[in-house]
Design a protein around this ligand. Structure first.
Ligand code: SAM
Length: 205
């Protein structure tokens, strides 16, 4: 299958309405991601969803008690157009990562099923730690594609999109090497023949 960029692929998915399937499919894991990280965020906090698709998780974060600002960034104009049509008052940005960065630092970064589309995802951990997060801020990532989740290993070929295929240990070490403290890696929502979403959490000192 010819190779294309993830942004091109997901722009087409937005056009076809497949963003809604991602929302319903990813939602149970994102609920658990939020539960796992919420005790690390300050009483009043700002949040951003990185690789936000149609922005559903940014809107979920906005509904959390204490969240005074929630935004989303995605490289696909079609996805961001969709986010804005659902939530005209929301803060959604078209941004090609890793180059884009928010105007203000944030307290919580959430990212579901995005990070492995980057050429250098572990390097991006360092950017998030050094340049995006406020002191004491936290990150929570959800990944369905990782080495131990054997059912996901064929995705780069079947989607025709480059993906970084790393082990749970490599992801975890990457967060620690980027400077994150209290790093945790857990698997949520496993099923038969599915190892579950790998959830990675870390906090900036
Ligand atoms: C699998 S989708 C997940 C979307 C959303 N997080 C969700 O769970 O529904 C991955 C998203 O990452 C975005 N993306 C991929 N590579 C990107 C890049 N280099 N810069 C910005 N966005 C990117 C795609 O456009 C797509 O919307």
């Amino acid at each position: 299958m010819p190779r294309q960029s993830a942004v091109t692929l997901f722009g087409e998915w937005a056009r076809l309405g497949k963003d809604e399937g991602m929302e319903s499919g990813h939602s149970p894991s994102v609920e658990q991601m939020i539960d796992s990280v919420i005790n690390r965020v300050p009483e009043k906090f700002s949040a951003i969803d990185v690789g936000c698709g149609n922005g559903w998780a940014a809107r979920r974060l906005a509904r959390l008690p204490g969240c005074y600002r929630s935004s989303g960034v995605d490289g696909s104009e079609q996805m961001v157009r969709k986010a804005r049509s659902i939530d005209p008052g929301g803060d959604y940005f078209v941004g090609n990562l890793p180059g884009w960065r928010p105007e203000e630092n944030v307290d919580l970064i959430l990212s579901m099923e995005f990070i492995y589309y980057l050429d250098e995802p572990l390097q991006f951990f360092g950017t998030l730690h050094d340049d995006w997060l406020s002191s004491g801020g936290s990150v929570v990532f959800g990944l369905d594609h990782y080495l131990e989740n054997e059912s996901s290993i064929y995705w780069p070929d079947s989607l025709g999109v480059p993906m970084a295929t790393l082990s749970m240990g490599e992801w975890r070490d990457g967060l620690e090497s980027a400077g994150f403290r209290d790093v945790e890696a857990l698997q949520v929502c496993p099923r038969e023949d599915w190892s579950g979403t790998l959830v990675l959490i870390g906090t900036k000192a």
